[in-house]
Design a protein around this ligand. Structure first.
Ligand code: URA
Length: 228
């Protein structure tokens, strides 16, 4: 049993211990897999409950460094494909929606070129509050936020494929030692989910010649989605 399975098991045992006498857990499948208890709630409801808990999050220093609001993920809670960026910028901080500024508009075009819409995929960030001057989130900010929010979002949505955009989200999922130059365009795994790292759209704004590379990565994702 690996670390993640142990964590799921402990979480289930805690849940079971809190249930009234006579409670029986009805697993949906006959496999021995332990699933996170959902209390029969839809993914949309589970995400709403998660976000409600952190709307006024004070867990890391970004809470007091000028953010207007916590910017949670958006899109289809049942999405097969999830994009994860770095952190909200000024536009996102003001509007409360990820990827709506210049880089976001480019991401939207990429999604549409894949034959999808923003409403069909899920879009989130590894860090949910805007860092001052749009600096790169610090490791402690990233680690706090991914444990409290991102990993729970992923556990609820359970997409088939995650596309990490840029180094911070790639390292957030695959490990701090990972170099995006080494893993970009290759499928990796996080909690049994296929992860394909690619360049961040903000990088493409300054390096438009790499748009072709990102498009090749998106084609790999589209091909893999039809196989899964
Ligand atoms: N860059 C990101 O990584 N995320 C956003 O939401 C916007 C810009």
């Amino acid at each position: 049993m690996d670390h993640e399975q142990k964590k799921s098991l402990v979480s289930y045992l805690r849940f079971a211990a809190a249930q009234p006498k006579g409670f029986t857990y009805r697993a949906k499948t006959t496999s021995a897999a332990v699933t996170t208890p959902t209390d029969g709630k839809s993914k949309k409801e589970l995400l709403a409950a998660l976000y409600a808990n952190y709307a006024k999050c004070m867990a890391c220093p970004l809470a007091e460094q000028g953010r207007s609001q916590v910017v949670f993920g958006v899109g289809n809670p049942n999405a097969q494909l999830m994009f994860i960026g770095e952190a909200p910028g000024r536009d996102e901080d003001l509007k409360g929606e990820p990827f709506i500024g210049r880089a976001g508009q480019l991401l939207t075009k990429i999604i549409e070129a894949m034959g999808l819409t923003r409403e069909q995929v899920y879009i989130s960030n590894v860090v949910k509050c805007r860092p001052p001057e749009n600096r790169t989130p610090l490791p402690n900010e990233r680690n706090t936020c991914k444990d409290l929010l991102l990993f729970k979002e992923i556990d609820i949505i359970k997409p088939k494929i995650i596309c990490t955009l840029g180094a911070p989200s790639t390292q957030g999922l695959l490990g701090d030692e990972i170099r995006i130059s080494e893993v970009r365009g290759t499928f990796r795994e996080f909690r049994g989910i296929q992860v394909l790292p690619t360049f961040h759209p903000a990088y493409l704004l300054y390096n438009p010649s790499e748009k072709r590379t990102v498009w090749e990565d998106m084609q790999k994702i589209m091909a893999r989605l039809t196989e899964l």
